[in-house]
Design a protein around this ligand. Sequence first.
Ligand code: ZN
Length: 201
Amino acid sequence: MKKPVIIIIATICVAAIAIAQAVLERRGSAPSQLLEIFDVEGSSAKARLTINGEQIFVTNVFIGEYGIGKQREGDRKTPQGTLHAKRAFGILPNPGTKFDYIRVTPSIFACGDREYYNQIVDTAALHHVCTGEDMYHMGPDYNYGLETDYNSECIYKRGAAIFIHCKGNKPYTAGCIAFDQDRMIQILNLCDTSLVVTVRP
Ligand SMILES: [Zn+2]
């Protein structure tokens, strides 16, 4: 084979790789399941669910009492940036979600202790006097919910139990994102672990 032919083939190969990378990057920037939190005003915000480019809904949600930009436990802020949903949970039975579903019983706690920090634990199995959230008694807020990957390294006091859950009696949360229950069921039943959640001002 002559040198110019080899150079042409090599150039085509390099171009093909560049195109493939560009396609992959574009896919990365446009997740198939996207839940955007935006238009923050105090402890209220808008939320838009988009699946495969189609808008499913825009709705009003409650966020942390002091808005977004979570830094540490107790700051009552919702994390800003990108989150992923890990598992679903609920006091009520699984509405039909593809997520792994933790049925919340009286022994299920969102642990805030050093030992199992930022983990949903069954105290019937992991015996300790849990000072974390008694999830079964969180009222309608935890009828349905989703665990996020906020502080998935479980660094003590960086913040725990950042969930997406149902609205309760108050127009704010301690750092979670709260939806009307029918919207929460829609999210659970239309999405899976590929769901990407973005939070911006
Ligand atoms: Zn505990």
